[in-house]
Design a protein around this ligand. Structure first.
Ligand SMILES: [Ca+2]
Ligand SMILES: [Ca+2]
Length: 326
C-alpha cells in the first residue's frame, strides 16, 4: 500500500516538473505575436506584462497591428485603446548629442573663488550623448521600482543616491532598453557644462538665482542677490546652456564615473574616465546643488565624495551618457 502511494506521489511530482519546463519553453523571447496574443487576452499574465513593459521602447502599436488584433478576435480597438491596454512604457530619457572637441579643462589662476584642484589642462573629448536633464524621480522609479529622494516629485531630480546606486541605475536601464548607459566622465561633464564657454559659467562671468537653483544669497560676479530655494526644483525650469542642456549649474550635484584626484597630474587627456587614485571609493561630483554658494556651481568646480553608504546624499543626483557608435 505504502509503495503504491509512493509511486503516485512520484508520478505527480514528475508531471509537475514537466509542466514547469513546458511553461518555461512556451515563454521564449518576446515577439510581436506574443504581444498580440496578450492583448487579445487583455494581458492577464503579469510576467508577460513586465516583459512587454521593458521592451516597449522598441514597440509602438500601429494601424496594421490594431487590424491584426481585430482579426484575431480582440474586437474593434483604436491605437489609443491598445496603448492603454499595454503596460506603461519606460520613460524616455532625452539626450543631447555633443560633438567632440578640445577644450581647457579646469579654471585659470585668475578665476575668482577657484580651488587648487582645478589646474587648467588641455583635453580632447570625442562625440558623446548626454542626458538633457538630471535623472528624474519618475525615471528612477520606472527603472528601479523605488524612490530614495528626500524631496518628492516626479519631475524633481532623484537624489539621495550613492555613486553605486547611480551605477546600478545605469546598468538596469541598459538591460531594460538593450542600449548602453553609463555615468559621464569628468571631462565629458565639464565639456558639456561649459558648452563652449571658458568663463566661470556656461552663461558667462556671473550667476544669479534666476539662472540656476543654488543659494542666491551668494551670487557670482555682478549678479544681484536672489532667492535661496532651499530644495530641489523640477528639472529644466531654468534656461539651458549653449548645448541645450539643463541644470548643469546647481539643483543637485552630479556623479561622474571618475575617482576623485585632488591634482589633475596624470589625468587622461582623451575624455575617458580616470579610474584610479588615492582613494578609489571617492568619486567626482560636479555642478553644485540647491544649497551651494555660486562658487561651487562653477564649471570647473569639483568635489570628491565618498564611500557608498555615506549619509546625507540628499543633495546628490546624476545624469546619464548613452553610448552610441558615431
Ligand atoms: Ca545639477
Ligand atoms: Ca571645489
Amino acid at each position: 500500500m505504502k509503495t503504491l502511494w509512493l509511486l503516485i506521489v512520484m508520478g505527480l511530482s514528475v508531471v509537475a516538473v514537466l509542466r514547469i519546463v513546458e511553461a518555461q519553453e512556451r515563454r521564449g523571447p518576446l515577439t510581436r505575436e506574443k504581444i498580440e496574443g496578450a492583448i487579445v487576452k487583455r494581458i492577464g499574465d503579469s510576467t508577460l506584462a513586465t516583459e512587454i513593459r521593458t521592451h516597449q521602447l522598441a514597440f509602438t502599436p500601429d494601424d496594421e497591428f490594431v487590424k491584426k488584433l481585430s482579426d484575431l478576435g480582440a474586437g474593434p480597438l483604436t491605437i489609443k485603446e491598445v496603448k492603454k491596454l499595454l503596460p506603461p512604457p519606460l520613460p524616455q530619457i532625452e539626450m543631447v548629442n555633443v560633438s567632440g572637441g578640445s577644450f581647457q579643462m579646469g579654471s585659470p589662476d585668475t578665476e575668482v573663488d577657484r580651488d587648487k584642484d582645478e589646474a587648467r589642462h588641455s583635453v580632447t573629448v570625442p562625440y558623446f550623448a548626454i542626458g538633457k536633464y538630471e535623472v528624474t524621480q519618475a525615471q528612477w522609479r520606472a527603472v528601479m521600482g523605488t524612490n530614495p529622494s528626500h524631496f518628492e516629485g516626479d519631475d524633481l531630480p532623484v537624489e539621495n543616491v550613492s555613486w553605486n546606486d547611480a551605477k546600478a541605475f545605469c546598468s538596469k536601464l541598459s538591460q531594460m532598453t538593450r542600449k548602453t548607459y553609463r555615468l559621464p566622465t569628468e571631462a565629458e561633464w565639464e565639456y558639456a557644462c561649459r558648452a563652449g564657454s571658458d568663463k566661470p559659467f556656461a552663461f558667462g562671468s556671473s550667476l544669479s538665482s534666476a539662472q540656476a537653483n543654488f543659494d542666491g544669497n551668494y551670487p557670482y560676479g555682478n549678479a544681484a542677490i536672489g532667492i535661496a530655494r532651499g530644495k530641489t526644483t523640477p528639472v529644466g525650469i531654468f534656461p539651458p546652456n549653449g548645448f541645450g542642456i539643463y541644470d548643469m549649474h546647481g539643483n543637485v550635484w552630479e556623479w561622474c564615473e571618475d575617482v576623485y584626484n585632488e591634482r589633475y597630474d596624470g589625468a587622461p587627456t582623451d575624455g575617458s574616465a580616470w579610474l584610479s587614485g588615492e582613494d578609489s571609493t571617492r568619486h567626482v561630483l560636479r555642478g553644485g546643488y540647491w544649497g551651494s554658494k555660486s562658487r561651487n556651481c562653477r564649471s570647473a568646480d569639483r568635489l570628491g565624495n565618498g564611500p557608498a553608504g555615506d549619509p546625507d546624499f540628499y543633495f546628490v543626483g546624476f545624469r546619464v551618457v548613452l553610448v552610441t557608435r558615431n
